[in-house]
Design a protein around this ligand. Structure first.
Ligand code: HEM
Ligand code: NAG
Ligand code: NAG
Ligand code: NAG
Ligand code: NAG
Length: 352
């Protein structure tokens, strides 16, 4: 059994779920429970409002519908899991996991979706197909935010034939989506460790979550222009030998054959070459060989504690366990529950 009790951590509003009950002595569990009641629910995460099987009574087929539609598309397109996983991240980091990333811009509002970092976001059509199907089955019941959370999990899990992590449901949809917030809240691939850690802390996530969730870069691709200053213009000299010294020179040379100029914004490169559609712990092996693609990846080796965790996450079992916990915390960022927000009729537009 997995029971999550959210308590106020020692570091301000940082919230964490407890480990498996079985691992815990009953006495200490009761103590934790008492502490949790004493400090009240974690207001910032509001994760207490999420629960396993939220739609069990109101839309029993909800989770199965997500699984089958996402499964159908992901089996036909091995790049889809990366798209859906990134979509979930971008949703959660801007205004919480409220499906604000799915909203289209209107005449008087430029939405998150139309911010620079959205480059190559995809999977919107799959989410909308699930939504349409669920609106027919159980009108006005299942949120787009929950569909995004489930779709990320289901698509990444497909290759394993079992679900990699549990998703609690009960998220509701937001009504606001601003390009400016995407620009300020989404981490940049050019950021250093302290900036990244600060941004994660701002979302109630720990440095360890930064290291573990970056492991998502074990699947998918990156566009050349987002890292090619590491190849051609690292110190600003814009010369043939101006590569990032923290990047393996042989790998830099290989990347230069693919990314021919600083301006190339159309070519993509696998972030974990060799297994870029396999969700595994190989991202960390790559990092250690100084073959992380972005400055933000390489940054994980620049902090002692983080570098140590990289070493631990090389082990697949450790990575999968840690990822389960970190993505669960990510999926609880700023969620709207209860009567907050709405259940959107169509994921790309707020209800009128
Ligand atoms: C630590 C901060 C992070 C930064 C700076 C970052 C940055 C980026 C960038 C620049 C790309 C390439 C986009 C493109 O060129 O099309 C990318 C791709 C991706 N990111 Fe991250 N990311 C971060 C964390 C995360 C997290 C937490 C997740 C999910 C849990 C994630 C999942 C992905 C995936 C799956 C892709 C591949 C997308 C594709 O193949 O289209 N990233 N990321
Ligand atoms: C990280 O980047 C920020 C913003 O660019 C900068 O102010 C800071 O000095 C950098 N930190 C380190 C340790 O390089
Ligand atoms: C190279 O980097 C410098 C310093 O960051 C920048 O001013 C310059 O515009 C860059 N050159 C190109 C061609 O992008
Ligand atoms: C790519 O670069 C070209 C030329 O610099 C620019 O016109 C275009 O808008 C860019 N495309 C994207 C997706 O950023
Ligand atoms: C997928 C998507 O919505 N991409 C948009 C990202 O933002 C640019 C503008 O910055 C739009 O042109 C894209 O359509």
């Amino acid at each position: 059994m997995y029971v999550a009790v959210y308590i106020r951590g020692s570091k301000g509003s940082f919230c964490w779920p407890t480990r498996r009950l079985a691992e815990m002595k009953t006495a200490s569990f009761l103590l934790l429970l008492a502490m949790a009641m004493a400090v009240g629910s974690c207001a910032r995460c509001q994760a207490a409002g999420l629960k396993k099987g939220f739609y069990k009574k109101t839309c029993p087929q909800a989770e199965e519908t997500v699984r089958s539609i996402v499964g159908k598309h992901a089996s036909a397109d091995s790049e889809l899991p990366a798209k859906l996983l990134r979509l979930f991240f971008h949703d959660c980091f801007v205004r919480g996991c409220d499906a604000s990333i799915l909203i289209e811009s209107t005449a008087d509002n430029t939405a998150e979706k139309d911010a620079g970092p959205n480059l190559s976001l995809a999977g919107f059509d799959v989410i909308e197909e699930v939504k349409t199907s669920l609106e027919t089955a159980c009108p006005g019941t299942v949120s787009c935010a929950d569909i995004v959370a489930l779709a990320a999990r289901d698509s990444v899990s497909l290759q394993f034939g079992k679900l990699l992590w549990k998703v609690k449901t009960g998220r509701r949809d937001g009504t606001i989506s601003r390009q400016s917030e995407a620009l300020s809240d989404l981490p940049s691939p050019a950021s250093n460790f302290s900036v990244l850690a600060g941004q994660f802390a701002g979302k109630g996530l720990h440095v360890d979550d930064l290291v573990v969730l970056s492991g998502a870069h074990t699947i998918g691709v990156g566009h050349c222009n987002l890292f090619s200053q590491r190849l051609y213009n690292f110190t600003g000299r814009n010369a043939a030998d101006d590569a990032d010294p923290s990047l393996d020179p042989a790998y830099a040379a290989l990347l230069k054959t693919k990314c021919r100029s600083l301006a190339d914004n159309t070519t993509t490169v696998a972030m974990d070459p060799g297994s870029s559609t396999e969700f595994d712990s190989h991202y960390y092996a790559n990092l250690r060989e100084r073959r992380g693609l972005f400055v933000s990846d390489a940054a994980l080796l620049t902090d002692r504690r983080s570098a140590k965790l990289v070493g631990k996450l090389l082990r697949p079992g450790d990575f999968f366990d840690a990822f389960k916990n970190s993505i669960t915390r990510m999926g609880a960022i700023g969620v709207l529950t209860g009567t907050a927000g709405e259940i959107r009729n169509k994921c790309s537009v707020v209800n009128s």
